[in-house]
Design a binder for this molecule. Structure first.
Ligand code: BDR
Ligand code: CA
Length: 317
């Protein structure tokens, strides 16, 4: 089995990413690195611990990441995150306090150790800002050549951003870190709004989880319904919520869910109208070995079927 690390700013769709990774028989989730974004770092880390406990997986370690961007020197939870993910990041659903704490080892060191230990068998899925991964690359540049794949949720190449016309939320938090990762030698797959806005979940599906009659099924249905309501009320999408983060997990395991375009991309981190835009790097137009596969289309029927099968099976237990 391949090894997977999730790097999460645990809000609603990150919660769905945890469930997908736990349910997939092809990967072994070896740890979660915490980030900030949908909420403060500590809240996001605690959400991961609570969700793992709900799902019966207190065996999976949660590591502390960096509390704010390397592009700016502070982090405030944006009102918009709270409107979409709730004040606690998980749709105002109250889960019991976790019975354990996060690890002593930092997420950055965990990345470096895992890269050396598992090499090409390691898949990393960042679904928040890429601050931790950029810090690991800075501390141990050799990991770029060791790791099997990094499939991140972030950016928008063929569609508009969700923060500004050119910026997606995860990348907008730390465009400098994104650029460090994008211009490294890591094998990368970008799962951006180009594809995630097409995979929508509705209350018809969450009701199936509730109908299972289990604690996990009910909690996940309530958490996700908050997010579906937010999408409706804020007029983001009236047809359901985008399941951004679990799509990155799915693609990390099975890249055939998406069609990709191989490109050299960079991220703009200078202040101005293009701040946090991911765009092709003109200086590398004739370079024959692009390092980023950008997902531009998705087999959403097949993906949603696997997503529902996975989560339903997990919540049944
Ligand atoms: C991304 O931003 C966060 O709010 C979500 O969890 C997702 O990772 C979507 O732009
Ligand atoms: Ca996220």
């Amino acid at each position: 089995k391949r090894k997977m690390i999730l790097d999460l700013d645990t809000g609603v769709d990150d919660a769905l990413a945890i469930a997908y990774a736990l349910a997939d028989p092809e990967v072994d989730l070896i740890g979660i690195v915490s980030s900030y974004g949908n909420n403060l770092l500590d809240v996001c880390a605690e959400n991961s611990l609570k969700l793992l406990e709900l799902l019966g997986h207190t065996d999976i370690p949660v590591f502390k990441g960096l509390p704010h961007s390397c592009t700016t020197d502070h982090f405030d939870v944006m009102q918009v995150s709270k409107d979409i993910h709730g004040n606690n990041g998980i749709g105002e659903v109250q889960l019991p306090a976790p019975s354990r704490s996060i690890e002593e080892e930092s997420g950055v060191d965990f990345y470096i150790d895992a890269a050396h230990k598992y090499g090409k068998d390691l898949i990393i899925i960042p679904t928040g800002p890429m601050t931790n991964l950029a810090a690991a690359l800075k501390k141990a540049p050799e990991i770029a050549h060791l790791i099997g794949n990094v499939t991140f949720m972030g950016g928008a190449l063929t569609v508009e951003g969700n923060v500004t016309p050119v910026a997606e939320a995860n990348i907008n938090q730390d465009p400098k870190a994104a650029n460090k990762v994008l211009t490294s030698d890591l094998p990368l797959t970008m799962v951006g709004l180009d594809v995630t806005l097409r995979t929508l979940l509705t209350k018809k599906e969450t009701q199936q989880w509730r109908d299972l009659g289990t604690k996990a099924g009910k909690a996940y249905a309530d958490i996700t319904d908050f997010y579906i309501d937010a999408y409706y009320n804020l007029d983001i999408d009236k047809n359901g919520c985008a399941i951004h983060d679990p799509l990155a997990v799915g693609v990390g395991i099975d890249p055939s869910f998406v069609t990709t375009l191989s490109l050299f991309v960079k991220c703009v981190y200078e202040e101005g109208p293009y701040y946090a835009r991911i765009i092709g790097d003109n200086s590398k137009l004739n370079d024959p070995n692009p390092n980023v596969k950008v997902a531009i289309n998705v087999d959403k029927e097949r993906y949603l079927k696997v997503f529902m099968d996975h989560l339903t099976n997990l919540f049944k237990e």
